[in-house]
Structure formats: structure tokens, C-alpha cells
Design a protein around this ligand. Structure first.
Ligand code: NDP
Length: 306
């Protein structure tokens, strides 16, 4: 069978594209990775800026979107895509571990993954004190002392979330200001058990089997300072998951060059959500991309096969 469109990725962008594809009566499937969490949104404690859902947990919002997709009959396949080939041909191929699928068009919606902190011995303590997800691992640090690295929305949200669980939270920011939304900044600054330390870069993790402390460098100091913490949460941004199209479509800093139509530099290949070059990466812009791209796919198919 040759599909009209195959959507790779089952986050808010991919599932919205699936819903719109179904409404457009396209013959479509959505791939999700069988073993990984489907979306960054599942690791977000609270979403306060998705219209219609003031204060909903990221997981609940995701579950709602997934339920909606399943209710309208979107077919979601749990199989990891390992390669895309024949992208310049009319019939493109998608290889998974188990089989090869043929399709007239492809939408990549593979999202992004957290960046690593880049300090010494970081990898030694992943799962034993170093974490990239406060909502997943925060509960392990009840009444303990933890550090959060970063100054954007993710780090500040993590610090707020952890302040409800941990005894003390240090927010380590490399510049002398926070980059997060003003409302989050105000909230974190009002937390009694959160201490913000500006102008600092974490250099190393220390411990035997478990993390015991971190070494950081303050801009004005010559020597490193040590902070005794049980956990460190890294929230310093994201890397787009664009490997499947590496060297196949135009990219800029690993983000796929595509405007709000989702069109990449290759006809019939579309990119939506956090993987494309855009101003604002949030759930609302991801779902908007998912809606928009199906119009582009329909136009592409109509022109090609009229
Ligand atoms: P951002 O890119 O917004 O912020 C990254 C932060 O980490 C910056 O403060 C940056 O510092 C700092 N940083 C980067 N590299 C390092 C490093 N090596 N060492 C120390 N600090 C570093 O990323 P986020 O992960 O916070 O957010 C990702 C996206 O998700 C954003 O678009 C955000 O708006 C969105 N988001 C939205 C939410 C919402 O709407 N509720 C919730 C969570 C995320 P510097 O300022 O010096 O560059």
C-alpha cells in the first residue's frame, strides 16, 4: 500500500497533523517511538498558556490530544523509524526496524530532546543525581537540596516545581538575568526556599556512586565553589531531533528550514513543531503547525496527482 502521508512523531504537532489528515480523508499513519516518552510536554508539570486549559498538567494535555486523535480514528504505529530514503522520488520510503513503508509525502514531527550540561562527570551520575526532567525525578528529592541549571522557562518552571518538594533549590544562571517569561520570574523570586545564583557555570559533578556536590565557577571568582546537593537538574534548552533528514533538506543550526506551511526544500517532505526554524516553540505553535501542514500536503497531492 502507498500512503498519502506518513507522519513521524506523535507529540502535539504530529497528532494534530494526524487529526487534520483524518478530517481531510487522507490515507495516513502516525509513527511513535515504541520505547520513548512521546512528547516533551509529558515532562512539563504545568501548562498555563494553552487556550481553554488554564493550569493543566503537561501529561493530561497530551493524554487529551492523544485521546482525541484515537477517537477520530488516527492510526498510531509504535515502531522506531530508522531511515528515510528515496525522498526525491514520487514514492518515498520509510524504514523501521520491522518493515518498509511507501508514501507520497512525509511529515517529520520528531520534536526535540534536552541538551546536556557539558560539565565533567555529568554522564557518571545520570539517574543517580543528574536529571533532565524535574517532573519525572523530582519526587526522589523530597526534603533534600538540589540545583537547577538554566535561566529559561524550563529551568525556572523546574525550580518552582522542585521548591514544593525539596528543602532547598539553587537556581544556577550563567548570565546576570533570567530569560524566562516575566510571570515565572516573579513566581520563582518569591519562593523562600529558592536561591538564585547568577553568573555561574557548573564545571563538575562530584561523588562516589551518587552525586554528592557540584563545582561551579562564579564570574568574579578565580577559584571554583562547591555546592553540596543531592540532585542537579539540567534545563538549558533543547536539541532538535532532525537526524532522519540530515544532509537531505536545508537546515540551520540543526533546525529544519521550513515556514508555517511546513514545506522543506524537498517537495513532498514537510517539517512541523520544534524541529523547524521558528520564533516560538510551544505546544500551541506545534499544534498550529500540525493543522497548517495538512493544507500544504493536500495542495501538494492535488498538484502532483490531479
Ligand atoms: P531556552 O533556550 O529558553 O533557555 C535556555 C537557558 O539555559 C538560558 O537561560 C541559557 O542561558 C541557559 N543555558 C544554555 N546553555 C547553557 C549552559 N551550557 N550552561 C548554563 N546555562 C545554559 O530553553 P528552555 O529549555 O528553557 O526552553 C525551551 C523552549 O521551550 C523555549 O522556547 C521555551 O519558551 C519553551 N517552554 C515553554 C513553556 C511554557 O510556555 N509554559 C514551558 C517550558 C518551555 P543564556 O540566557 O545565558 O543563553
Amino acid at each position: 500500500m502507498i500512503y498519502d502521508v506518513i507522519i513521524i512523531g506523535a507529540g502535539p504537532a504530529g497528532l494534530t497533523a494526524g487529526i487534520y489528515a483524518k478530517r481531510a480523508c487522507l490515507n495516513a499513519i502516525v509513527f511513535r517511538d515504541k520505547y520513548a516518552v512521546s512528547s516533551q510536554i509529558c515532562n512539563t508539570y504545568e501548562v498555563c498558556n494553552y487556550p481553554g486549559f488554564n493550569n493543566i498538567s503537561g501529561q493530561e494535555l497530551y493524554d487529551n490530544i492523544e485521546k482525541h486523535a484515537k477517537e477520530v480514528g488516527v492510526e498510531i504505529v509504535g515502531d522506531r523509524v530508522i531511515e528515510i530514503t528515496d525522498i526525491n522520488l514520487d514514492v518515498k520510503k520509510i524504514k523501521t526496524k520491522e518493515k518498509v513503508y511507501e508514501t507520497k509525502s512525509i511529515i517529520l514531527a520528531t520534536g526535540a530532546s534536552p541538551k546536556k550540561g557539558g560539565f565533567d562527570r555529568e554522564d557518571d551520575f545520570v539517574g543517580n543525581g543528574v536529571s533532565y526532567c524535574a517532573t519525572c525525578d523530582g519526587a526522589f528529592f523530597k526534603d533534600k537540596e538540589v540545583a537547577v541549571i538554566g535561566g529559561g522557562d524550563v529551568a525556572v518552571e523546574d525550580a518552582i516545581y522542585l521548591s514544593r518538594i525539596a528543602k532547598k533549590v539553587y537556581l544556577l544562571v550563567r548570565k546576570d538575568f533570567l530569560r524566562a517569561t516575566k510571570i515565572l520570574q516573579n513566581e520563582v523570586k518569591n519562593k523562600d526556599n529558592v536561591e538564585i545564583i547568577y553568573n555561574t557555570v557548573v564545571k563538575s559533578a562530584i561523588g562516589d556512586k551518587k552525586l554528592e556536590s557540584i563545582l561551579y565557577k562564579h564570574k568574579d571568582d578565580i577559584i571554583l565553589s562547591e555546592l553540596t546537593v543531592d540532585g542537579v537538574f539540567v534545563g538549558i534548552g533543547i536539541n532538535p531531533n532532525t537526524e532522519l533528514l540530515k544532509d537531505k533538506v536545508e537546515m540551520s543550526n540543526s533546525y529544519i528550514v521550513a515556514d508555517e506551511t511546513g514545506k522543506t526544500t524537498v517537495a513532498g517532505i514537510f517539517a512541523i513543531g520544534d524541529i523547524r526554524k521558528k520564533q516560538l516553540r510551544q505546544v500551541i505553535t506545534a499544534t498550529a503547525d500540525g493543522a497548517n501542514v495538512i493544507t500544504s500536503v493536500q495542495k501538494y497531492l492535488l498538484e502532483k496527482y490531479k
